[in-house]
Design a protein around this ligand. Sequence first.
Ligand SMILES: [Zn+2]
Ligand SMILES: [Zn+2]
Length: 324
Amino acid sequence: MRVVFVLLILLSSAVCAHTDFYAHMDIPGLFARDALVEEIKKVDCTLSEGRKTQCWMIVVKAEPKHKMGPWCPRNIVDPITAAGMMFIERQLVPTDGPFVQNAATFFSDPKWSLYDPKTGAVKVTDSKAACEMAARPDVAPQYNNYCVECQASYMGPDFHTRYLIPVQPSKAKTEQRPDPFSGYGVAFNGVKFDISAPVGAILAAHTLAPVDACGGHVNPHVGYHYHAALGCSQAYPSAASHAAIVGVAIDGYLIYARENADGREPSDLDECRGHEFADLGYHYHANLAAENDILHCLKGQRGCALPGKQSQCDFSRRGPPGRR
Ligand SMILES: [Zn+2]
Ligand SMILES: [Zn+2]
């Protein structure tokens, strides 16, 4: 049903100039109903370069419907099925028990000791307080040499994320870096497509902060979020042979899967990983998961994710400290 619907929209857009693509795109219809706290509606908003326009206000729940985790192994004998993975040197490296056991060798650094040598038990953060102290760039000293794992339940039942995303995207005049709180955008299951995980800071504190098989984990500021697009959310076919649509960026342009039907990514992507293609208008293609950066930048004037009760984007704020 959804597929037919999207195809019809794409068909109708084919008779318009491609710049009109987004005027015909029913973004609310692409979101999973069970991810939404309330109906998506249009509200007035001001974008990052001051353009006053209309935005979709999208309020999503803290947790996706798919399984989250596992992240940290509990013992050095735990197999890959009981662990997640880390972005290390452009690889997604499984953080299973043997990895933890061999971390000092792997990193050529004898300071790595994440487990009890007598029992093999891995040191894992096991409370909200521990998660908050360990999941920040200046890791609390007592949480050096920990595997950091935060649970979505720490966010509480009332934690929601509200996005303001332009209905009609427009190119920005200046370079648009994503703000750390808003991330790059949102998948259609309501999960944030976040900016890169700060792996350097994580490893420097001799901590691990694994992501699960969906590229996601929890931090105490934004809840569950993705650092890679691994196909765990709704995806919609687009034009013949082009990649599937997997989410919407914070500037309103759509995010497509990395690969087209031929298994390759488009060859004409710009520095933000976007391009204009046929009647699909400007859009992005998600990056290779191992590269820990779903996009590289944004081309359009940005909306935002709204913290707390704030009703409009504040582009002077830099996001909370300690993002992971
Ligand atoms: Zn494309
Ligand atoms: Zn993270």
